[in-house]
Write a protein that binds this ligand. Sequence first.
Ligand code: DAH
Length: 357
Amino acid sequence: MPSKNKLPDNPFPEVEAVYESFSEDILNLDYDEIKHKYLGKKGLVIDLLCRIKEKQNKEKPLYGKAVNSLKNAIEQKINTLRGKENLQQTGKMLTKDAIDITAPFDVNIPLQDKPKLISQPGSLHPITEIGEKALRIFESMGFHVTYSRRLDNDYNVFEALNLPPEHPARDMWDTFWTQDDLIPITHTSAMQNRILTTKKVPIREVIVGRCMRNEATDASHEHTFYQVEGMYVDKGITLAHLIGTLSAFMNEFYGRDVKYRIQPSYFPFVEPGLEFLIECLTCGQKGCPFCGYSGWVELVPCGPIHPNVLREGGYDPETYTGFAWGLGYDRLVILQSHINDIRHIHSGDLKFLEQFK
Ligand code: DAH
């Protein structure tokens, strides 16, 4: 076994001596000092090389080779050790200075110092929570829950809802299109024709969906929002049933008798188009920016289903009537929690979400 500090195949003791001293120094000196001492212009390796002239001619090639392999061995060792050290240094920097910008605290601090957050279970998003609460109430009133498609075609989003191509009211639902002419639904009303053509009367359906619109976003407009559509179709259904249903829902949802009001509106798929308003719960009807100082909040667009929509769905409007509504979850959350900017809802910001725990 060659000894640890021996140069392989070297018959020259003076060359060996330099290597031995290098092997000692490498443990104690820094790399620049060593380089200077051994490989510098006046270093020990050059010194050995100069002594070649003292050698006999036949020894010279072997000696030159031995000094060269000493030089290589020294260089290699320094480079390897320096490389290792750099790696360790980088590793240290990586663990010390790495930044996870999504973490709500410095992930590199010792475990015991980490905020409790890390061991706390998450909670439902307010949209999910309020949505579930609303659905359970509708279910308890006898409605069946259906989930809406995410993408649909022009027929379901517009035409079947009494909005033929070129109808000016299509502007109310400026939207996105996929390359193959599908639409990320602009409203859950897009499911109305499917419900009419697949379900039998009495139809009592609520349809939940994620909707999108081409909006210039600001504090009260978002491109993505959630709706729950309601539909009721049978013989002898009147406006009174619609108002009674929505009012009963509001009372149950807010846990008290909520004042409401109906006012005219316009949607091509209902006749007449209506808006169901409730008292402003933010200011107790004293008047505030949220209710536009009117004391009332428009919460549910609704109305008796238009005869053309019923006909398109296979029902004779002379025999069957019905009502429908489109309730925005986001508005419910905003109203309940006094949120001043609708964009918080889909921001995923933990500081915002933790308030709902
Ligand atoms: N789909 C309408 C919208 O998103 C809301 C709506 C109005 C739905 C009246 C209805 C309705 O079912 O009857 O703007």
